[in-house]
Design a protein around this ligand. Structure first.
Ligand code: PEP
Ligand code: MN
Length: 352
């Protein structure tokens, strides 16, 4: 249920509504927007008559949130959520471009890639250190050693780092390193992990499951938001359909649908949604034209030798070309590409 306060409501009136919600055993979510103060009463509210709040001083309108997700809904939070990063923000006018290899493989590979993507215009660096591989015999990631390498790449380039977390047992160790936790498609409904991330205040990139509906994605986001972590970005990464000519099918519709249903930023991953380097730039352009707030792209200095997802990884030159095109589409949309502050720092040691 949401209680919309009058424009001239006093802080004491807001406090009185909050006290009433707490007394009923419900959780409170306060959203102080430019236009209005909205107080969310979250929990089992269907038996509570709206009159319980309508009579309170300073209350304008009391509305039930009709969707099953509440905090994620645009009804509850009409303005776009803007998530601040290092020197830029996701969800506002700027388009974030997150780029880097599927897996961190070595010091030279990640640092070389980080410098190349920064120079091409990326605003954040991706790299997996715990990999959700279909086969238990495939490369599983470098673990903490990989995080050390990513942290070094961040120091050199200024790019914040986006890293997948697979289990809540990795949380205490990873939270010291990462700027954004990626929750992978296969973990979208790992509710224990979602709750654990909800307790942190680290930004999250939540990927849509391979066969999850938009509503299920939003319900998963709700788990993180319900813990008090509001820094959630959603990611369309392709869904499984009958089509086999590409790895997945990009649900381009999901971009405007999500922008309509939720205030959370929407990122597109054309690397996993197509599975093929030749198609990535076309779908990246389409995503920005469709209203996505950013892209996450796999880039590798030598895709043929990549330990994972080489087929869909762009060489740095191709990535740079794609960034230019995407920048032009962004302009048509009245937006621009995000940039991080600072220049690439010289290496302290040579290549390991
Ligand atoms: C990845 O980003 O490398 C990855 C494993 O993505 P997804 O969870 O979307 O398959
Ligand atoms: Mn990958």
């Amino acid at each position: 249920m949401m209680i919309i306060m009058k424009a001239n409501a006093t802080p004491q009136e807001v406090e009185a509504v909050i006290a009433q919600i707490k007394e009923m055993g419900l959780a409170v979510h306060l959203s102080q927007g430019v236009e209005a103060t909205i107080i969310g009463a979250i929990g089992e509210t269907h038996n509570i008559p709206t009159e319980r709040f309508e009579g309170l001083d300073g209350v304008d309108i009391v509305q039930r949130i009709t969707q099953p997700y509440k905090l994620a809904s645009r009804q509850f939070h009409p303005e776009d959520s803007v998530i601040p990063m290092n020197g830029f923000a996701v969800g506002g006018n700027e388009i974030a471009v997150i780029a880097g290899p599927c897996s961190v493989e070595s010091r030279s590979q990640i640092i070389e890639t980080a410098i190349a993507v920064k120079e091409a215009g990326a605003s954040a660096l991706r790299g997996g250190v715990f990999k959700p591989r279909t086969s238990p015999y495939a490369f599983q990631g470098l673990g903490e050693e990989g995080l050390e390498l990513l942290a070094e790449a961040r120091e050199i380039t200024g790019l914040p780092i986006v890293v997948e977390i697979m289990s809540q047992v990795q949380l205490d160790m990873m939270v010291k390193y990462v700027d954004v936790f990626q929750i992978g498609a296969r973990n979208m409904q790992n509710f224990n992990l979602l709750r654990a991330i909800g307790e942190t205040r680290t930004a999250v990139l939540l990927k849509r499951g391979l066969s999850a509906t938009v509503e299920e994605l939003l319900m998963s986001a709700e788990y993180v938001l319900a813990g008090g972590n509001q820094r959630v970005m959603l990611c369309e990464r392709g869904i499984r359909t009958f089509e086999t000519s590409t790895r997945n099918t990009t649900d381009i519709n999901a971009i405007p649908v999500l922008k309509n249903l939720t205030h959370l930023p929407v990122i597109l991953d054309p690397s996993h949604s197509t599975g093929h380097a030749n198609y990535v730039a076309a779908i990246a352009r389409a995503g920005i034209a469709a209203g996505a707030d950013g892209l996450i792209i796999e880039v590798h200095p030598d895709p043929a030798k990549a330990v994972s997802d080489g087929k869909q990884s762009l060489k740095p030159e191709k990535f740079a070309e794609m960034v230019k095109q995407v920048g032009q589409i962004a302009q048509i949309m009245g937006r621009r590409l995000a940039t991080t502050q600072g220049n690439v720092q010289p290496l302290k040691q040579g290549w390991a």
